[in-house]
Ligand binder design. Sequence first.
Ligand SMILES: [Zn+2]
Length: 85
Amino acid sequence: MTEKNWYFSIFGGYLYEVSSEEESVIDAFQIPLRKRPDSSCKKCHGRFYTSYNKTQQHFNLCPKCSKKCIDAEKIIQKRNAKKSK
Ligand SMILES: [Zn+2]
């Protein structure tokens, strides 16, 4: 069984699972998560966004779940991997 990780699409506004092989082709606008947002969160109810920004056309992330769920290490790793290319 391949390991799957949760991601959130800033422009799509949805959560989805990605296998570890697919992760390398994902663009920077997909946010890696360590776990699925809590559906009992009072701010986002597990959707991971609180509202939609019409001007910039992306979803505003839930501040509470961002702190808890975003995999910052993975973002840094990805950034460093791009630099070394
Ligand atoms: Zn939340």
